[in-house]
Design a binder for this molecule. Structure first.
Ligand code: FES
Length: 125
């Protein structure tokens, strides 16, 4: 059902956990299945220097969140906010059709984390 890359990211998810004193936090849940994802980001010089995630989700949600952190790490805020669920699926190679919606969690939670970061920056000004 899943390709090797998906299984690898599911069994050995990268960048799990939370970040103490993050610069942005994003939470996104899928009401259709009840799964949800929390993304923490640390930003230095307008780039995502660290990113971690906590999840309650299916294998595909874990794999897509894991690869999302690899895609986002080191990217500028502007580049990272453009990461789409299609980018996540492409990075994994493929996902079974019924699991395609799972990649949405990562893209949306990251956008929320970036929004939170930008809101905090506005408040500091
Ligand atoms: S089934 Fe809910 S995120 Fe995968």
């Amino acid at each position: 059902m899943y390709n090797k890359k998906v299984i690898d990211h599911f069994l050995n998810p990268r960048n799990t956990g939370c970040i103490n004193e993050p610069d942005g936090v994003g939470v996104f849940g899928d009401p259709s299945c009840g799964d949800y994802l929390c993304i923490y980001i640390k930003v230095d010089d307008n780039h995502i220097s660290d990113i971690k995630f906590e999840i309650r989700g299916c294998p595909a949600a874990i794999a897509t969140s894991s690869i999302l952190t690899e895609l986002a790490k080191g990217k500028s805020i502007k580049e990272a906010e453009k990461i789409t669920d299609e980018d996540i699926i492409r990075a994994l190679g493929e996902l079974p059709e019924p699991k395609i919606h799972c990649s949405n969690l990562g893209a949306k939670a990251l956008q929320q984390a970036i929004k939170d970061y930008l809101t905090r920056q506005e408040k500091i000004k």
